[in-house]
Design a protein around this ligand. Structure first.
Ligand code: ATP
Length: 460
């Protein structure tokens, strides 16, 4: 089998691969790297965890080292975490080049980002929304000369899901040169292939993993038929079983809504499981402080957390594609993994659709029903308690929103009011501190003069 050197990569890059533990190219890397080095556009479709990121990072770094300038490459990806993950691969593999990268994602300071962009980083890794905001509002940087446009999880970027990137992509595509190399990657590219081919017109090279099954072999995939009402008891039972069976067990549980995500997290914590929701917890989950991550589909794509042993689908995904990305969070880079999907009486057709797409029948998981029945009442009570607690939390939020609405009706700007309030509180605090200080000084002076008084009297 060809090594990285035989693919046309320079020795410094091959050395970097070795240092990272990448000894042999994976099939998607074998397929795509030579075509990209030849200057062709590329559409790469390969299973989750099969090394698609390095398949584009390596040839881009090679080309960058031959003609270094900024901004050389733009990578678009649907979520913040993925942007950070991709940037990390660029940084580690591109270390000998002194690579400068810049991450442009929502939730971070726009001004700082604009400054970074104006410094002409070699690689910009961005989520479409925030990058489009910069392009619309700032003229301190230009994408006019980029050599590479990469769209990671390309089908997600193009489909009109809960976050619709269409308008932002239009802005971005209008600001990059027509003469460029376009690289599109995903585990589920085939569904949006036609649209994607419109983007990659430069002798596009299409690479798809030749495999009868669309999920990896090392993944043990099972389903569990459960009545809707006892689903959570099964979940708790499964989590307990995995914790008992696996050493340092790490699990991702996928749910369909943020609310369920919150409730399940509260519930599992009540049972003393080390659980966290996705948003605050990713870094801690990666560093193993928490062993159970509960997430919605936002986290289902691309996240590369090698230690995940089990994925539990608390709901059956409505689309087979979502299933493929979710279960792909485990059994990555040749490791073993398990995926269990809870299927209620209403979701059997969804299970069949998944099986048809992945070209594999899932096996039923055997569970000791009596164990589940034993905890059923307790789990349902705890769940209800958590729901009530969450409602109370939302009640406070709603109160806050109503206050804001009232201010707007009064013709006031709620943000300005909040700022004014904060300033007032600050002034009050400063006044208090000042008074305290004056008081202290007075007391000191008083006790000092009293002391002197004694001293004066002393020698008499
Ligand atoms: N040639 C290689 N040899 C060994 N490990 C590799 C190789 N290439 C990549 N990997 C490792 O495999 C893991 C998965 O890679 P990557 O995140 O690129 O997968 P992916 O195909 O993009 O998956 P997804 O579709 O879920 O985004 C990473 O931890 C990466 O370091």
């Amino acid at each position: 089998m060809a090594g990285f050197a035989e693919l046309g990569l320079s020795s410094w890059l091959v050395e970097q691969c070795w240092q990272l533990g990448l000894k042999q190219p994976t099939p998607v890397q074998l397929g795509c790297i030579p075509a990209i080095l030849e200057g062709r556009d590329c559409l790469g479709c390969a299973k989750t965890g099969s090394g698609k990121t390095a398949a584009f990072v390596l040839p881009i770094l090679q080309k960058l080292s031959e003609d270094p300038y900024g901004i050389f490459c733009l990578v678009l990806t649907p979520t913040r975490e993925l942007a950070y993950q991709i940037a990390e691969q660029f940084r580690v593999l591109g270390k000998p080049l002194g690579l400068k990268d810049c991450i442009i994602v929502g939730g971070m300071d726009m001004v700082v980002q604009a400054l970074e962009l104006s410094r002409k980083p070699h690689v910009v890794i961005a989520t479409p929304g925030r990058l489009a905001d910069h392009l619309r509002s700032s003229s301190t940087f230009s994408m006019r000369k980029i050599r590479f446009l990469v769209m990671d999880e390309a089908d997600r970027l193009l489909e009109q899901g809960c976050t619709d990137f269409t308008a932002d992509l239009e802005t971005i595509l209008a600001s990059v040169p027509a003469h460029r190399q376009t690289l599109l990657f995903s585990a589920t590219l085939t569904d949006t292939l036609k649209e994607l081919q419109g983007l990659a017109t430069n002798q596009p090279f299409f690479w798809e993993a030749q495999a009868p099954v669309r999920t990896v072999e090392q993944l043990d995939q099972r389903y569990l038929l459960v009545p809707e009402k006892v689903k959570d008891a099964y979940l708790v039972h499964l989590v307990q079983t995995f914790q008992d069976q696996l050493e340092d067990c790490s699990i991702i549980i996928f749910t369909n809504t943020c609310k369920t995500c919150q409730i399940l997290c509260m519930m599992l914590r009540k049972f003393n499981f080390p659980a966290k929701e996705r948003f605050a917890a990713l870094a801690k989950f990666k560093s193993s402080v928490y062993r159970i991550l509960i997430a919605t589909d936002v986290a289902s794509r691309g996240l590369d957390i090698p230690t995940v042993q089990v994925v539990i689908n608390h709901n059956t995904p409505g689309l087979p594609k979502i299933y493929i990305h979710r279960v792909g969070r485990t059994a990555r880079a040749g490791r073993q993994g398990q995926a269990i999907t809870l299927v209620t009486q209403y979701d059997i057709h969804l299970l069949h659709a998944i099986e048809e797409q992945i070209k594999k029948q899932l096996e039923e998981l055997a569970v000791e029903e009596a164990d589940v029945l034993n905890i059923l009442t307790q789990v349902n009570v705890v769940r209800r308690e958590c729901e009530i607690k969450l409602e109370a939390l939302h009640f406070d939020e709603k109160k806050e929103i109503n206050k804001r609405k009232q201010l707007i009706l009064e013709g006031k700007d709620p943000d300005l009011e909040a700022k004014r309030k904060a300033e007032l509180a600050k002034i009050k605090q400063q006044n208090r501190r000042f008074k305290e200080k004056v008081g202290q000084t007075l007391r000191r002076q008083k006790s000092g003069s009293a002391g002197r008084g004694v001293g004066l009297r002393g020698p008499q």
